[in-house]
Write a protein that binds this ligand. Structure first.
Ligand code: ASP
Length: 315
């Protein structure tokens, strides 16, 4: 029996969660995968509740899947178009949050370019807050959906060898996945050029490789990361061509991993930069589409547990 109570008011990161809480969220999400594949996808579990998506950075998958997740649970979902909002008139993050909470949302889903901004906001508002990605800090629902994808394919997380490859320095996806995989007993490797590995990595208990072929040897899972040009201040890679040659995933480098190794990418992909385009579309090996599907289910699970906690009722 997994624990059925999620003791946190907000979901700000994976760090601090227990294996039981992660398992509980994944089990709940598993049930929603089946619901999402049925003709009638809608439940009334969150009827009367309001979810606000407040995105200060662009997003396709995350924002859409939070919207779908809320709607499939029967909640009212509002998307804040930040470019068309008061933010452009100079309103601060906290002012915006206070204005929104005066309208009594139950859950605020927030993405922001500054690490720590979502946590700061969670201290100021009354409702539950979900971190939909803050700077290069955390992206907890991405790690949960990655874990659900892996668990459904491999039947477990514990004992798997996972290589996280590419622009680790700027990646909140890498950080959240490292925490989750460590908590769940997987073994994590980071594979990247020296310029794209933060000094803190060794403290997180991962093995660091600068040679992709070495790093991929014997892996069960290969998580590719987007080269995040928008976060780069300076020259981190010599050229796209050289980056792809040494760190882009292609069939030849994939040959080092286990024969049944799965390829993952959180999206959006830079085809021909961190991943070969044909390989990304090779559904024998790539589970990139499944990750998107699992994203809706995982976000339904997160909305459910936090909305339930927020009122203290039995949503
Ligand atoms: N979509 C993910 C994120 O928001 C990964 C990426 O942008 O590269 O962090």
């Amino acid at each position: 029996m997994t624990q059925s109570v999620f003791p946190h008011r907000h979901l700000l990161g994976i760090q601090g969660l227990t294996p039981q809480h992660i398992t509980m969220l994944l089990d709940l999400a598993d049930g929603y995968v089946e619901q999402n594949r049925a003709a009638d996808k809608k439940k009334a579990l969150l009827r009367g509740r309001t979810v606000i998506n407040l995105f200060y950075e662009s997003s396709t998958r995350t924002r859409t899947s939070f919207e779908l997740a809320g709607k499939r649970l029967g909640a009212d979902v509002i998307n804040m178009q930040v470019s068309a909002s008061s933010v452009n008139k100079g309103e601060t993050l906290i002012d915006t949050a206070m204005t929104l909470t005066a309208m009594h949302p139950d859950v605020l889903v927030v993405r922001h370019s500054d690490s720590g901004a979502v946590q700061l906001l969670s201290q100021k508002v009354d409702c539950a807050v979900i971190n939909a990605g803050d700077g290069s800090h955390e992206h907890p629902t991405q790690a949960l959906l990655d874990a659900l994808t892996i668990r459904r394919r491999k039947g477990r997380l514990s004992g798997l060898l996972v290589a996280i490859c590419g622009d680790v320095l700027h990646s909140r996806v890498a950080r959240s996945n490292i925490h989750l995989l460590n908590i769940m007993g997987a073994q994590v490797r980071v594979v990247a050029p020296r310029t794209l590995v933060p000094a803190t990595m060794s403290r997180l208990g991962v093995e660091v490789f600068h040679d992709m072929r070495e790093g991929l040897k014997g892996c069960d899972i290969i998580m590719m990361l987007r080269v995040q040009n928008e976060r780069m201040r300076g020259n981190f890679i010599p050229s796209i061509r050289e980056y792809f040659h040494f760190f882009g995933l292609d069939y030849e480098k994939l040959g080092q991993a286990k024969a049944d190794a799965l390829i993952m990418h959180p999206g959006p992909m830079n085809r021909g930069v961190e991943i070969d385009s044909d390989l990304a579309d090779d559904y024998e090996r790539s589970v990139i589409r499944e990750q998107v599907e699992m994203g809706v289910a995982v976000r339904m699970a997160c909305l459910e547990v936090l909305a339930r906690n927020y009122t203290g009722g039995t949503a």
